[in-house]
Structure formats: structure tokens, C-alpha cells
Design a binder for this molecule. Structure first.
Ligand code: SAM
Length: 336
């Protein structure tokens, strides 16, 4: 852990120093964000920062994933159509649909089809990590932070309910929610374990692939949760970084040689993303892999003067104003 502390300390002064001038103050007042967040948006988006902040007030289209463990997608489309929902298929994700039209009743979360597990209500960007991990049907897969189970159940779907998924969740109330979702969705290849993800490396099992959909500030969820404009303070980001790095280290240690690890967050803060995966590249020699076929921006190779490995540009970033999704980060890495 000494390495991790040194690494975080090395970047701490630059990352947590903010240049707050009158322009930043004015934008923060205008859009209701914390000033340090506005400074970040100016750093990342330049003159598009305002477009981004405005887009956080627009409603995102709702989306769902058709669950082929329970139904045929054509049948789902027809049944939802009869109920007054209009679903349109998203080309870049295998089972994702945008909900274009919703009746007054039933709501998306109270249809018979929902209860029967024919679909899972899931953000489009959140469907990317399991598809990028793309486990095969006989893999042993580790899902390090699993509840409420959107990605665990998607992994099970991609594996045709074969192989084995070990899904960890340290929060027991959330573990119950995970188990209930997995049951509703017909997942039969998953063992859920109530332990913190960082304990897993001490067990000594090596997995073929690892998903770390990490606990994070959730800053990418700004369009669905306005409270996030003022919720996360810099000291919270520091706490998230420590959890993220210790989970990532445990994930790498639990991955077999040649295996793939996908790191994702619903945050657009480089502190929780590029800074974290750059550690895996620099200290553990993981190789990032290209993510093809998804409309997205590349990972940042520089932020506030901190340079990351050139390889980090193979990671992807998604934004509401550019990609019509929640803010998201995904990075695919291979252990050599
Ligand atoms: N992958 C989930 C999905 O797609 O539905 C979302 C995961 S959410 C971003 C992060 C989860 O990690 C939360 O349920 C949280 O309780 C859990 N968590 C937080 N710290 C953890 C830890 N050290 N080990 C395992 N899970 C943890």
C-alpha cells in the first residue's frame, strides 16, 4: 500500500489545487455547481464547458436492456409496444433500447414484463463495461462491486448462464437488492459474496476476467440527479481514490496472466479514472486495449499538467452533451 500512498501523494498537490477566478465563480453561480467542478469542466471541455453544464439540466432518454435469459427481444418489443411504450434499438450495444415513448401507466418499473425479468432498466453507457469484458461461456469471472446487479446480470446474459461469476458486494442491504435482481432476471451462474472487493486477493483464486465497476462520486449522473452538483467535495474524491486504487490492486492480483480487467465508473472526474488506471499501467504493467464500435471520446493523456501514459487514450469517456448518455468512463486492460 506504500506504493499507492506515494502515487496519490505525488499528484495530490496539482490535482487538488484549483484556480478559481471570476469566470469560474460566475459559471458556478449560473449553473449551481461547486467552483472546483467548474474549474474541471473548463480544463476538460474548454469553450464547450457551458454546453456540458447546460446539458446536465436536460433529461436523458430512458433506456433498458432486453434480458435474453428470460425472453426473446422481438417479443419484448411487441409486448411493450402493446402497452404504449416505443422502444428503439441502439446500434452500438447488443441488447440496449432507448425508450422513446412512455404511457402514463404502467411506469417502466411496474410492467408485468419488468416483473418477469424480461428487461433491466439500465443507462446506455452502463451497458458498455460487460460488453467490453466480453467473457466466454466457460470463464471464471469476478465482479468486484456488484449491487444492484445491472452489470452482473448482463455478464450472465452474455455468458448464456454458463461459466461462473463471483459477485462481491460489501453492503448487506445492497446485497439483498443484488440477489433479488439476479433472481428476477433468471441468473443462475452467479455466487454472491458479502465481502469488500479488496479482500478477494487474499483468497488466492485467479480469475479469467475481472470487472471493477468501481464505487465513485457518481459525477456522471448529473443529468439524473441534480444534487450531485454540490454533493462531492475534494476530500470525498480523495477518499474515493483510495478505495478505487485498493480495489484495482486487489483485482489485478486476482487476475490470471493473459486475463482482462475492465475498470469503469459513472464519473467524469479524472481523479477517479485516468489517475487510477494509470497506476495499473505504470506499476503493474497492464496494457490498455482499444475499445471499438462505441461513439465516445478517448481517455485523457494529460489533466492539469499531470501526464498519464499515452496508452490511456485507449480508454473511453462518454458525456451527455456529446453522446446522449450519462457521464461514464471505461478502460479495458490486459495482464501480460
Ligand atoms: N456494478 C453495479 C451495477 O452495475 O449494478 C453498480 C456498482 S456501484 C457503482 C458500486 C457498488 O460497490 C455499491 O453497491 C457499493 O455498495 C459497492 N462497494 C463499495 N465499496 C466496496 C468494496 N470495497 N467492495 C465491494 N463493493 C463495494
Amino acid at each position: 500500500m506504500e506504493d499507492m500512498d506515494l502515487y496519490l501523494k505525488k499528484h495530490d498537490e496539482v490535482l487538488y489545487h484549483y484556480d478559481i477566478d471570476d469566470h469560474v465563480r460566475e459559471l458556478a453561480r449560473k449553473y449551481g455547481f461547486l467552483e472546483y467542478m467548474v474549474e474541471r469542466y473548463l480544463n476538460i471541455f474548454g469553450s464547450d464547458a457551458e454546453i456540458f453544464m447546460k446539458s446536465c439540466s436536460a433529461q436523458l432518454k430512458r433506456s433498458l436492456r432486453c434480458n435474453t435469459l428470460r425472453t426473446d427481444c422481438k417479443k419484448l418489443e411487441d409486448r411493450m409496444n402493446e402497452r404504449g411504450f416505443k422502444l428503439s434499438k441502439v446500434s452500438w450495444t447488443r441488447y440496449g433500447y432507448v425508450v422513446e415513448n412512455t404511457p402514463v401507466r404502467p411506469t417502466l418499473g411496474s410492467t408485468l414484463e419488468y416483473m418477469k425479468g424480461y428487461y433491466y432498466i439500465q443507462g446506455l453507457a452502463s451497458m458498455i463495461p460487460p460488453e467490453v469484458l466480453s467473457p466466454s461461456e466457460d470463464d471464471l469471472v469476478l465482479d468486484m462491486a456488484a449491487s444492484p446487479g445491472g452489470k452482473t446480470s448482463q455478464l450472465a446474459q452474455l455468458m448464456g448462464n454458463r461459466g461462473v461469476i463471483v459477485a462481491l458486494e460489501k453492503n448487506t442491504a445492497r446485497l439483498r437488492r443484488l440477489n433479488s435482481n439476479l433472481a428476477r432476471l433468471g441468473v443462475a451462474n452467479t455466487i454472491t459474496v458479502p465481502i469488500p472487493g479488496d479482500y478477494v486477493s487474499s483468497i488466492g483464486i485467479k480469475f479469467d476476467s475481472v470487472l471493477l465497476d468501481s464505487p465513485c462520486s457518481g459525477e456522471g449522473l448529473l443529468p439524473v440527479d441534480p444534487s450531485r452538483r454540490t454533493k462531492t467535495l475534494p476530500q470525498h474524491l480523495r477518499e474515493f481514490q483510495r478505495v478505487q486504487l485498493s480495489l484495482l490492486i486487489a483485482g489485478i492480483r486476482s487476475l490470471r496472466k493473459g486475463g482482462k480487467l475492465v475498470y469503469s465508473t459513472c464519473s467524469i472526474a479524472p481523479e477517479e479514472n485516468e489517475v487510477i488506471v494509470n497506476f495499473a499501467v505504470e506499476k503493474f504493467g497492464l496494457r490498455t486495449e482499444e475499445i471499438r464500435g462505441i461513439p465516445a471520446d478517448p481517455g485523457l493523456v494529460e489533466y492539469k499538467g499531470v501526464r498519464f501514459s499515452e496508452d490511456i487514450k485507449k480508454c473511453i469517456r462518454l458525456y451527455p452533451h456529446k453522446h446522449g448518455t450519462e457521464g461514464f468512463f471505461v478502460c479495458s486492460m490486459r495482464k501480460e
